[in-house]
Design a binder for this molecule. Structure first.
Ligand SMILES: [Cu+2]
Length: 649
């Protein structure tokens, strides 16, 4: 990753060593990983590198690191032989130029890659059987056909293909060269493909909507018939004439009292490390590492066109691989600093996503205010520092924003936009599992479950998570009007306690408490996870979809920290049968009291599709908060000065 303005740390300039042990792998380190494995482990050109990432050093090592200390760098690769299908996990010492381990992983399928996605599309469009079958439907210009490759769970893979690296495809059609393929589904036409052999296994030509509806799925202005763009929008500029008030030094970001490091990998995309708040000279840790660890998107339509659609956008595809470059004035507005990201293709060759991460300082309306009848008004503007990135997962966009506020709050916001998957239907055909969004066109219901992995570290040392619930009193002699409200806090002592569901009727929240550190009132300091954007899975316990993604069966899971436990549905979710992550780790019901805890928070969008979500979806927003609760003795933003020039103090 490189900073646009600061000195590159691990960069595509070929710097082999890093400035900080948590800096993501640089271009030369990706190349070196692949070269070492080719030289020493028998990896050939017939292999693919599905994933290469930094082996993050242990927390103690990172905590004890000082600038200029020597750094030992290790990388981890998942690679596979396309001919045998054998999968290996390799750990490589970049410092020693050697292979540390190279372990066979029987019976798993690594994540999919962008190379395979593009190669599938090209291979199928050239396949004579596909050309012939589509010609029967009157589709003859293969340049306008787009085969969108999807993975699926083992339970839907035909018996004869089990064990192979198998994908299925949707077929879409552009009406002209630059039009939206997702506007025109070729319903009932799917291919099954062995991605290792890049071989078409079979064509499912199950039904055809012969009489195409008169629908309009274009969003680019020149393709929308009769569109008159608005002319009543005046310029809105955001300027900081004296520059930004944050500092980006390599990948370390400091702003007002906040300090954090920005990381990046193929799977989680952006990762935030070592988040701390400087409380009047005291550097107080809040979280060791926060990221998104999985995203599960089950489509809730059992029809043949949609039943296989159970995407694991993080475990199967990778938010890092799907991250796109951002553009000033469009994706981000104001005085922006960017970080580039470096990733690799399936040959291990590095490439750079320029402006992958955008860092603006943003106005956020009012921070605090009071108008006194004698003294007048005191008002402060709120500002936040946002670290954001955008990912495009085929038809969908996810926009990720982590914001740090002056009152110690951390906010995670995700916006979903892009194009909904649609199907055409025959006249009068019922639509039980979706919404009509255009003429004889429906968008199936689906859910986007995101799993945030929150490796908290509130004030250092051990943390305990408490469930807090509000309860209204019954009428009694002491409270004849039944007006009292009490708060009940229950410590979650073991992983079984740590499996939690949201409860609206008690306004349940979860507090990450440090009982070894008290505030001025003598109360243990805490950060509260304010659960918004949460909804139940609504999947039958016997559903094979839920078996693969048991994490979505609860709002929150809490585990003791383990460096190995990173992927809540397992590392290899592609073609998985069962969730090999959280349900397996938590079987031992370990203690989660007064220890290094990790919270797995499940939130997202229960997407009941709307006509207004097409042909391109206005951003749907969802968020949650990590809010200080007695972490400070009072409002920590009392010291924020009034805005200069515009309002009086
Ligand atoms: Cu959606």
């Amino acid at each position: 990753m490189t900073t646009q303005e600061a000195t590159p740390t691990t960069s595509d300039k070929g710097t082999p060593s890093s400035a900080h042990p948590l800096d993501p792998l640089g271009a030369e380190e990706f190349r070196q990983t692949a070269a070492i494995l080719r030289r020493d482990a028998g990896v050939t050109d017939r292999w693919r590198f599905a994933a290469i990432e930094l082996v993050e050093p242990g927390k103690d090592l990172v905590a004890g690191f000082s600038a200029g200390d020597p750094i030992t760098r290790h990388s981890r690769a998942v690679c596979f032989d396309r001919d045998s299908g054998d999968v290996y996990i390799a750990v490589v010492s970049l410092t020693e130029d050697s292979v540390i381990s190279f372990d066979h992983q029987p019976g798993v399928q690594p994540n999919m890659t962008l190379d395979e996605w593009h190669e599938c599309d090209a291979a199928l469009r050239e396949d004579p059987r596909v050309i012939e079958a589509l010609a029967k439907r009157g589709i003859t210009d293969m340049d306008k056909v787009f085969m969108d490759t999807w993975t699926f769970g083992d339970f839907l893979i035909p018996e004869k293909y089990k064990g192979r690296r198998v994908c299925w495809t949707d077929t879409w059609l552009r009406t002209q060269e630059d039009s939206n393929p997702y506007a025109n589904p070729v319903n009932g036409f799917h291919c099954l493909i062995d991605v290792n052999a890049m071989e078409l296994l079979e064509i499912e030509d199950s039904f055809e909507i012969k009489d195409k509806p008169d629908s309009m799925g274009e969003y680019a202005p020149h393709l929308v018939p009769g569109l008159q763009q608005r002319t009543d929008i005046t310029p809105l500029e955001i300027t900081q004439p004296e520059g930004v008030s944050f500092t980006l030094n390599g990948n370390e970001l400091t702003w007002q009292n906040w300090r954090l490091r920005v990381g990046f990998n193929y799977r989680e995309g952006m990762v935030l490390h070592r988040i701390s708040y400087n409380d009047q000279g005291r550097e107080r840790p809040v979280a060791d590492r926060i990221s998104f660890a999985e995203m599960v998107v089950p489509y809730r339509d059992p029809s043949i066109d949609h039943v296989r659609r159970t995407a694991f956008d993080i475990g199967e595809w990778g938010l890092g691989f799907m991250t796109t470059s951002l553009e000033l004035g469009c994706d981000c507005l104001g005085e922006i600093r960017y970080l580039d990201a470096v990733l690799h293709d399936t040959a291990g060759e590095p490439y750079t996503i320029t402006n992958a991460i955008c860092i603006p300082e943003e106005d956020d309306r009012v921070l605090w205010k009071h108008v006194d009848s004698v003294a007048g008004a005191e008002v402060r503007r709120s500002r936040r520092l946002t670290v954001s990135c955008h990912v495009t997962v085929a038809n969908y966009e996810y926009l990720v924003y982590w914001s740090f506020y002056q009152d110690g709050t951390i906010e995670c916001e995700v916006r979903a936009t892009g194009i909904m998957v649609v199907s055409h239907i025959d006249e009068g055909q019922p639509v039980p599992h979706g919404t009509l969004v255009d003429q004889r066109t429906y968008a199936p219901f689906h859910q986007h479950f995101l799993v945030a992995r929150l490796d908290m570290n509130v004030d250092g040392g051990g943390n305990t998570v408490y469930m807090t619930e509000s309860r209204g009193a019954s009428v009694s002699d002491a409270d004849p009007y039944g007006i009292g409200l009490v708060l009940e806090s229950t410590p979650l002592k073991s992983e079984a306690d740590g499996r939690q569901d949201y409860r609206w009727e008690t306004q349940r929240t979860w507090k990450v408490v440090n009982e070894n550190s008290v505030n001025a009132m003598g109360t243990p300091v805490a950060y509260t996870l304010v659960p918004t954007g949460t909804f139940p899975a609504m999947l039958d316990p016997d559903s094979p979809v839920l078996k693969r993604s048991q994490v979505i069966g609860h709002t929150l899971w809490v585990t003791p920290y383990s460096a190995e436990e990173r992927w809540p549905c397992g590392e290899f979710v592609n073609q998985s049968i069962e969730d090999e992550g959280l349900p397996v780790w938590t079987k031992g019901n370990r203690s989660i009291e007064n220890t290094d805890v990790v919270l797995w928070y499940v939130f997202g969008i229960h997407h009941i599709t709307r006509p207004e979500d097409g042909p391109v979806m206005p951003s749907d927003k969802v968020s949650f908060l990590l809010k200080p609760f007695g972490f400070f003795d009072r409002n920590p933003a009392l010291d924020v000065p009034a805005s200069g020039g515009h309002c009086h103090s």
